[in-house]
Design a protein around this ligand. Structure first.
Ligand code: TXA
Ligand code: MG
Length: 341
C-alpha cells in the first residue's frame, strides 16, 4: 500500500471531531488526542482500515492494537466476556489510562488482535477522544500515533513530525495530561498481570482487586512474550540513549565524565535529569524531567524528541526513583544500555 501525495491537516474543535468521526466510519485513519498519548485511530471492525494503521506506522504485523470504547455497547461488541474483577477495575478507573486484556469479541477484526484470542480495551478520558468515539459510534483501534520505534507523541506537533503526508487528519487536543501510555493488565488470569506499567500503578490496582502481578518487561531471546510489544525496540530518538541509576552523587560523577569525554571528542551530549539533581551538572546541557512522578511522565517523551531537535548524538539519563515505574520502563526501552551504580 502506498501513501500517495496525502495532505495532512491539523484541526481542532467541533468540526474536526465531526470530520474525524466521518473519516473513521469511512475506513480512514486519523490521529486523535487521548489523555495518555496521541492515538492513530481506525475502525476496529474494518480489517482494511486497521491495515492502514500498521502501514502508516510501519508497525510489526504481530503487535496487536488497543481498542477504545466510549460506552457499554462498544465494550460488549469488543469483548466476549468481562469477568468480575475487570468490571470492578472499569468502575474505578474508567474513563482513564487503564487497558484491560480480555477475551476478544467476534466482531473485532483479527487484524486488531494480530491473531490473538484476546484484546486490550480501554475507555479514554480525554473529552475530544470521547466525543470522536461517541460520534463515530464504533469501537476504535488506536496504537500510539508515532512511527514504530520512535518516542510516543504527546502533542499534535509530535504526530505531524512522524506522520505528515501519511494520514489525512490530526485532531489537535493540546498537550496530553498523563504523557505515558495506559497501564496494560492481562485480566484473563486468576491474578491480574501488569504487562506494561503506566500512570495507574500496581498499588492503585491492588487497593481495588487484591493481588496483582507485574511482568518485569524483560523477554529473553527465544522466550514467548506475554505482550508482543515487549519484543520490540521502542521510544528511540536518533541519539544513543544511556540510562544510569544509583546514589545521586555517584551517578552524576559517571555522567559528568562521559559527557566531558564526548564533548572533548567533538560529540554533542545531552543530560536528562530530575530538577533536584540538575545542580550536579553545572553548566552542561541538560533537559529537566520535573521533580515528581506525574511531571516526569508528562515531560519524558517530549524530552526524548527534543534531543533530536537539539542535534544531540548521546543522551545521558539520570534516573531517580521519584520518576516512577512507568517512566523507568520507557527510559529503559529507549536505552542502548543501562548502568545500576
Ligand atoms: O495509552 C495508550 O494505551 C495509547 C493510547 C493511544 O490509547 N495506546 C497505545 O497503544 O499505547 P500501543 O499500540 O502503542 O501499545 C499497545 C500495547 C502493546 O505493547 C501491545 O503489545 C499490547 O498493548 N497489547 C495489545 N493487545 C494485547 C493483547 N491482546 N495481549 C497482550 N498485549 C497486548
Ligand atoms: Mg506505542
Amino acid at each position: 500500500m502506498g501513501f500517495g501525495p496525502l495532505m495532512t491537516r491539523v484541526a481542532s474543535g467541533k468540526e474536526a471531531v465531526a470530520e474525524a468521526a466521518r473519516l473513521l466510519r469511512d475506513g480512514q485513519v486519523v490521529a486523535i488526542p487521548t489523555e495518555t498519548v496521541y492515538g492513530l485511530a481506525a475502525s476496529a471492525l474494518d480489517a482494511q482500515a486497521v491495515a492502514r494503521v500498521f502501514d502508516a506506522k510501519g508497525r510489526p504485523q504481530d503487535n496487536p492494537l488497543i481498542v477504545h470504547v466510549a460506552d457499554e455497547a462498544s465494550l460488549f461488541l469488543a469483548t466476549a466476556e468481562v469477568p468480575e474483577k475487570a468490571r470492578t477495575l472499569m468502575r474505578t478507573f474508567w474513563p482513564g489510562p487503564l487497558s484491560l486484556v480480555l477475551p476478544k469479541g467476534e466482531a473485532i477484526s483479527d487484524a486488531v488482535s494480530a491473531g490473538l484470542g484476546t484484546l486490550a480495551v480501554r475507555m479514554p478520558s480525554h473529552p475530544v477522544a470521547i466525543a470522536i468515539l461517541r460520534e463515530a459510534g464504533i469501537p476504535i483501534a488506536a496504537p500510539s500515533a508515532n512511527l514504530s520505534g520512535r518516542p510516543s507523541p504527546t502533542s499534535a506537533a509530535h504526530v505531524l513530525s512522524d506522520l505528515d503526508g501519511r494520514i489525512p487528519l490530526v485532531v489537535d487536543g493540546g498537550q496530553c495530561e498523563v504523557g505515558v501510555e495506559s497501564t496494560v493488565v492481562d485480566m484473563t488470569r486468576d491474578i491480574p498481570l501488569i504487562l506494561r506499567p503506566g500512570a495507574i500503578t500496581r498499588e492503585d490496582l491492588e487497593q481495588v482487586v487484591g493481588s496483582v502481578d507485574a511482568h518485569s518487561g524483560h523477554v529473553e531471546a527465544g522466550e514467548a512474550a506475554p505482550s508482543p510489544g515487549m519484543k520490540y525496540a521502542h521510544y528511540r530518538p536518533r541519539a544513543t540513549v544511556r540510562l544510569f541509576s544509583g546514589p545521586p552523587e555517584t551517578v552524576a560523577k559517571r555522567i559528568r565524565t562521559l559527557y566531558d569525554q564526548t564533548e572533548d571528542g567533538g560529540g554533542s551530549p545531552l543530560i536528562l535529569c530530575a530538577r533536584n539533581t540538575a545542580p550536579l551538572y553545572g553548566a552542561r546541557k541538560i533537559g529537566v524531567l520535573g521533580c515528581s512522578r506525574s511531571e516526569a511522565q508528562r515531560a519524558m517523551f517530549a524530552a526524548l524528541r527534543s534531543a533530536d531537535a537539539a542535534g544531540a548524538d548521546l543522551v545521558l539519563i539520570h534516573y531517580e526513583p521519584s520518576m516512577g515505574e512507568a517512566v523507568r520502563n520507557r527510559l529503559w526501552r529507549a536505552s542502548a544500555d543501562s548502568e545500576q551504580l
